[in-house]
Design a protein around this ligand. Structure first.
Ligand SMILES: [Zn+2]
Length: 628
């Protein structure tokens, strides 16, 4: 059986042998066992399902959280000559029918869908006629509300189980604690617990954590030193802009990326970074999932991530090509307070949640005991502005309401408009001859946006307006006319976000949010943030600490800052105090509540002596080392 699997691997991938646990996972799937595979990013997850699927009769259904992710995988299969299709959100009814007809007549080997698709009625109708060989759940940690990327729709995947009780499920993820694993297994109704864990040792990854006041200065040094692709993670839009500006002043190839940019702009920047036209991206966590760049030499964190999961996933984007890469985190005592504040802020009080709930229904004039199954365009930013709510509270309230199945909030991944040219060249030449607005608009579409006959091309009405020196509204009106004339097809999106109300609106006192759920979620977030803080101060080896967090036993890495420190110096307590102060002034409390300085009395006596001798001085309540 494995012999044949190797042949398939050789034929389609030109590899001679499998890596890490690929072989175990493939055997398990070929024996029709439900399987959960935990493999590091870049560990060759896709081969684990693609090889057995190619060996089995029937179609392989792959559920993936992001359209871009699905498209990448589907395209790479197509390039190998394997028939595959990808159902994006914005597919028309007709096309959907068409594609699904091909699916049931076995024209495809792989079908990629988002979890939302499973609820679609047309899709469900076709499910009766499909003959899948394998169901794959990619990024399976999105199922678990203990994870960091929770997606309520992921909880619905088990619906497929009812259709195909005999078809094995393969769940894949790169980050999961034991709690998350349990949650995935229960939720997907896996027949038995069969979790395979790959090796998470990344030989080429070097972890460094520094307490430093001059984050930006250090970052500049690193960018100059490695002069290659890199990522810098921050937690707020404001910081992304600030740091990027600061770095640009030093003539570095840098851009910022955050949720505040238009989708079009985000798409362009991601592509530029991917191609190496921009070397370093200063990004919030909005940037990441679905990117696949091999030669990222460093990932720097300038703000504290809210959990080890988030941190690990972000730094994991460094060094996928197997060459030396660096994960560097700079922190500062005040970052710790900021993180704690951020976590608390993300859990609005119950009263506030109810207030936001009311406003969410009110904005559409939905009456009490009405609203179920309404789908409405929604803008988070405009909503916050109109009702004077802060963004994080609203965002988290929506998360909480989603978990209670009261409503669902979605973002269309590419909420930009698209155009496809319908007329032939002759007709277009005729229109271009008429020198009026239509011809200049059409020229802009063809030359600036590079629209064509073959496929839809993304356009940005604002950019066209700027180029033509028109108003945006005028561009939209003319595009619609061109469509009426049969020259183009114009798919216009009004907004990227929408809300689906899953329950009728009720009066404030009747809103039910499980106190237990709420408390538990809150406590979990706090605990995750505290683990992150503990990592900064108490990890004996950075890599080992992270692995232990994911319940994986490993040796010390021998190359992180902590391992190197332990290796090179056996410092005395006094040396440690001096070293700490050399990095910057510290309040006395720093030495009192720190496991690095276990002998409290000796520490205090030494500091006193140094103060007396004028080697240390007091600056307010902080101790400073007098450099001479
Ligand atoms: Zn180490």
């Amino acid at each position: 059986m494995l012999e044949r699997a190797r042949q398939v691997l050789k034929t389609y991938w030109a590899y001679d042998s499998f890596r890490s646990i690929q072989e175990q996972v493939i055997s398990s799937v070929l024996l029709d066992n439900d399987t959960l595979a935990l493999m590091p990013t870049g560990g060759g997850k896709s081969i684990c399902y693609q090889v057995p699927a190619l060996m089995k009769a029937g179609i392989c259904i792959v559920i993936s959280p992001l359209i871009s992710l699905m498209k990448d995988q589907s395209d790479s299969l197509e390039r190998k000559g394997i028939k595959s299709c990808c159902l994006s959100e914005e597919i028309s009814h007709n096309t959907l029918d068409n594609v699904l007809n091909k699916v049931i007549t076995m024209k495809y080997k792989f079908l990629f869908i988002t979890p939302e698709r499973i609820k679609n009625q047309v899709f469900q109708h076709y499910l009766y006629h499909m003959q899948p060989s394998l169901i794959v759940v990619d990024e399976a940690h999105c199922i678990s509300e203990w994870g960091h990327d929770f997606r309520p729709e992921y909880r619905e995947i088990s619906t497929l189980r009812a259709y195909y009780p005999q078809v094995p499920i393969l769940a894949l993820t790169a980050t999961a604690t034991n709690q998350t694993i349990e949650d995935i297994q229960t939720n997907l109704e896996l027949k038995k617990n069969n979790c395979l864990k790959g090796s998470f040792q990344r030989e080429n990854l070097n972890y460094y954590v520094f307490e430093d006041n001059d984050k930006i200065g250090k970052t500049i040094e690193i960018i100059k030193k490695y002069d290659s692709a890199g990522l810098i993670y921050v937690t707020t839009r404001k910081n992304a802009i600030l740091y990027a500006e600061e770095l640009k002043k030093h003539n570095l190839s840098v851009a910022e990326y955050h949720a505040g940019l238009s989708n079009y702009e985000r798409k362009i920047r991601q592509e530029q970074w991917q191609k190496g036209e921009i070397k370093v991206m200063v990004a919030t966590k909005a940037f990441g999932m679905g990117i696949d760049k091999q030669d990222v030499r460093f990932v720097i964190h300038l703000d504290l991530p809210s959990s080890i999961e988030e941190y690990y996933q972000e730094l994991g984007r460094a060094g996928r090509d197997g060459k030396e890469a660096y994960a560097i985190l700079y922190w500062h005592e005040k970052d710790i307070n900021n993180l704690r504040k951020r976590v608390l802020m993300s859990y609005p009080e119950m009263e506030k949640i109810k207030e936001i709930y009311n406003a969410l229904y009110s904005q559409y004039n939905i009456a009490y005991y009405d609203g179920k199954n309404y789908e409405k365009d929604f803008s988070l930013t405009e909503f916050c502005y109109k009702y004077h709510f802060d963004f994080i509270s609203v965002f988290n309230t929506i998360q909480i309401l989603s978990r209670e199945a009261i409503l669902q909030y979605n973002q269309r991944e590419y909420p930009v408009s698209k155009v496809k040219i319908q007329s032939n060249d002759f007709e277009i030449r005729n229109i271009l001859k008429i020198s009026d607005d239509y011809s200049s608009l059409l020229a802009a579409l063809l030359r600036i946006c590079e629209c064509n006959h073959i496929e839809y091309t993304f356009i940005d009405e604002q950019k066209i307006a700027n180029y033509l020196r028109w108003e945006k509204e005028q561009v939209i009106i003319k595009l619609k006319s061109l469509e009426k004339m049969g020259v183009i097809t114009y798919l216009r999106f009004k907004a990227g976000e929408y809300i689906i109300f899953l329950q009728d609106r009720v009066k404030k006192e009747e809103i039910y949010i499980s106190e237990k759920n709420y408390q538990q979620l809150k406590e979990n977030s706090i605990a995750r943030a505290e683990k992150m803080i503990d990592y900064l101060k108490n990890a004996e080896c950075r890599e080992q600490y992270i692995h232990q967090y994911f319940d994986i036993e490993t040796e010390k890495c021998k190359k992180c800052d902590r391992c190197l420190e332990a290796h090179t110096t056996h410092q005395t307590l006094e040396e440690k105090i001096v070293k700490a102060l050399l990095q910057g002034e510290k309040p006395i409390t720093y030495f009192e509540n720190n496991t690095d300085f276990p002998e409290g009395e000796r520490t205090i006596n030494f500091i006193r002596q140094m103060l007396d001798e004028g080697i240390f001085t007091l600056n307010g309540n902080k101790i400073r080392f007098n450099k001479k």
